[in-house]
Design a protein around this ligand. Structure first.
Ligand code: ADP
Ligand code: MG
Length: 626
């Protein structure tokens, strides 16, 4: 029999295929099993429309047969088979997908979609095999054929003997190399694992003979090997089951089985839709941060199945970055078994699913917040930071989705509160949502700047994480209330008496303040009477967009060392220290310089900023003592 060449473009494609499209050789099994499953689907579909054809489930299965002696692996199915023409068409032309043609001819309705519309899956066999043989008998045909190929140089087709309708694929495995051990595809446990991993949810039984050591009958310590035919796949995926039939434990088990994490999920989301996009999904919100979560190594994404066949381990397009902690999978019949990530990225169905999923996650989190506050707080402790990054990144374009999910520590409630809760407690005269920044709740509570706002009886949000103030600045206002830092120049608190007072004091002490400003030279933008201090002598506030807290964060990052907040030294004129300052100003200029520097450095320390020169500072303190 003459050898036929693959069509020209096919040769190149085959080469490309074997060497680069699939990074994991092991997926050849998934591809061949999925073809077998497609072939059975086709009979199933025919039976639906052909009265003479009966589809008896028991007769349809896939059989995996390893043969160590001959180093051969067989994948046998009882599907629709191929005629000679179909062999030529389907296996002679790479990238000509028979499944697609079948679908177009029969105008398949939704729900009978056939996996794999790309037409290269079959050739993945050449990643592990030197020689591939296909013996097949088509439904309704008396003749069977044998197709054989050693790769790019072509194939032969011969008439062959085969009783039952269906297809048998025989892979002659490649010789082992230093990097690759092809023998492993003959090991029962390896095959079993691969089937479970990639094809567990194929709807037809995948059978294999499995050897089990068992006690010899009548003996207590003698064992013998039993070979038993087993169905390896579970066939019904948990996500296709009815929610009502599943317990929390089922979901938790699935979470562990899938190695999504060592923790127990805080919440699972089971989605089955049959609207515009049909898909099933099971998503999990973990409780704990994975150890690598905040590292570059962490890869977000959901497993993606096309009609029960795993096509991608981590499909990142399905999750926005701010929900990157979500684990789980999506199965859709509407997706084609595409080969590349690049192609999936542009898939319209996938985009719709992603959007849908994003909304579901948000709503689930909101309901968790509303109904299971403790659980939400556990979650928030782990991933709140990510939500806040989400608000800040992409120029704030996601803030509307996320801002209701944020929580900050409240000076009044002494626990985490939402922005909505804060707003609900605001009095009519309160204009702003106040916040204070610092390293910890304890430290913020002691900040001099909070005194005035707290005395007014206003609630203050304590922002303790680096990202907090950046996120708040991005939100700008919540339900028409603007955010205001307790350190900002104008606190927006109306207090006529106080107002006049400070003005008077500023005028009265103009020269003293000018002098102090000169002593501190470029370190502060201004020295002035404080409206916010009650018991502390001085504090630093900022004038302008960059707050002192932001200066701290930014200056700890590379290339930002020069970024500084415009600082204002505020003086409490009702404090005894102020009297000392005044006295020094009148009598002893050297003392004034000493006091001014000391007070400035104290203010820096309270802010958690480094003092410019610790040696100078300690020398100054010593001068006070002698
Ligand atoms: P795809 O599955 O995306 O169509 P493949 O390269 O995996 O592409 O397969 C090419 C074609 O070969 C299939 O569309 C199908 O028509 C045919 N084929 C492959 N394996 C079988 C099989 N086991 N039984 C019947 N037809 C098969
Ligand atoms: Mg295929």
């Amino acid at each position: 029999m003459e050898k036929k060449e693959f069509k020209a473009e096919s040769k190149r494609l085959l080469d490309l295929m074997v060497n680069s499209i699939y990074t994991h050789k092991e997926i050849f099994l998934r591809e061949l099993i999925s073809n077998a499953s497609d072939a059975i689907d086709k009979i199933y579909y025919k039976a639906l429309t052909d009265e003479n054809l009966k589809f008896d489930r028991d007769n349809y299965y896939i059989n995996i047969v390893p043969d160590k002696k001959n180093r051969e692996l067989r994948i046998i199915d009882t599907g629709i088979g191929m005629s000679k023409e179909e062999l030529e068409e389907n296996l002679g032309t790479i990238a000509k997908s028979g499944s697609l043609a079948f679908k177009n001819e029969n105008e398949l309705k939704d729900g009978y979609d056939i996996i794999g519309q790309f037409g290269v899956g079959f050739y993945s066999a050449f990643m592990v095999a030197d020689s591939v043989t296909v013996i097949t008998k088509a439904l309704g045909s008396d003749e069977a054929y044998k197709w054989e190929s050693q790769g790019a140089d072509g194939y032969t087709i011969d008439v062959y003997e085969k009783d039952a309708v269906g297809t048998e694929i025989i892979l002659k495995l490649k010789e082992n190399t230093e990097d690759e051990n092809y023998d492993e595809y003959l090991e029962e446990y390896r095959l079993e694992n691969l089937i479970k991993k990639y094809s567990d949810f194929i709807r037809y039984p995948i059978k294999m003979n499995v050897t089990e050591r068992k006690l010899k009958e009548g003996s207590e310590n003698e064992y013998e090997d039993h070979i038993e035919e087993k169905i390896i796949n579970s066939m019904v995926p948990i996500w296709r089951k009815n929610k009502n039939e599943l317990t929390k434990e089922d979901y938790d088990n699935f979470y562990s089985e899938k190695h999504y994490g060592f923790d127990k999920p805080v919440k699972h989301i089971h989605i089955s839709t049959d609207g515009a996009v049909m898909y099933n999904a099971i998503l999990f919100i973990p409780e704990r941060i994975p150890f690598d979560y905040y590292t570059k190594e962490y890869e977000k994404g959901l497993e993606l199945y096309s009609n029960g066949v795993l096509i991608m381990n981590k499909c990142s397009d399905l999750l926005p970055d701010y929900f990157s902690f979500v684990k789980g999978l999506v199965d859709s019949e509407d997706l084609s078994l595409n080969i590349s990530r690049e192609m999936l990225q542009h898939d319209r169905q996938l985009k719709l699913i992603a959007k849908n999923i994003k909304n579901k996650i948000k709503n689930e989190l909101l309901s968790l917040l509303k109904n299971e506050r403790d659980k939400y707080e556990e979650f928030y402790e782990s991933f709140g930071r990510q939500l806040k990054y989400g608000v800040y990144s992409e120029f704030g374009s996601n803030k509307d989705i996320l801002q209701d999910l944020l929580m900050f520590y409240s000076s009044k409630e002494k626990k985490l509160v939402t922005l909505d809760e804060y707003i609900s407690r605001m009095t009519e005269e309160q204009k702003y949502i106040y916040y204070a920044t610092g390293d910890s709740v304890e430290r913020i509570a002691k900040l001099p700047q909070t005194e005035m706002v707290a005395e007014k009886g206003y609630e203050i949000l304590y922002l303790t994480e680096d990202i907090d103030e950046f996120a708040i600045k991005m939100i700008m206002s919540y339900k028409e209330k603007e955010f205001k830092s307790v350190s900002s120049g104008d606190l927006g608190i109306e207090d006529k008496e106080n107002e006049n007072n400070t003005e008077n004091e500023d005028t009265a002490n103009k020269e003293l303040f000018e002098k102090m400003k000169t002593i501190l030279s470029s370190k502060v933008k201004d020295v002035k009477t404080s409206k916010r201090l009650k018991s502390h002598p001085v504090c630093l506030t900022n004038d302008g967009e960059i707050s002192i807290e932001m200066e701290k964060v930014l200056s700890s990052m590379p290339n930002n060392e020069g970024i500084k907040a415009d600082k204002v030294l505020e003086i409490n004129v009702n404090h005894d220290i102020f009297k000392a300052l005044k006295e020094a100003y009148e009598k002893d200029q050297e003392k004034l310089a000493l006091y001014t520097n000391l007070l400035y450095n104290q203010a820096l320390l309270i802010e958690g900023l480094p003092i410019n020169d610790p040696v100078d500072f300690t020398n100054d303190i010593c001068k006070l003592m002698i």
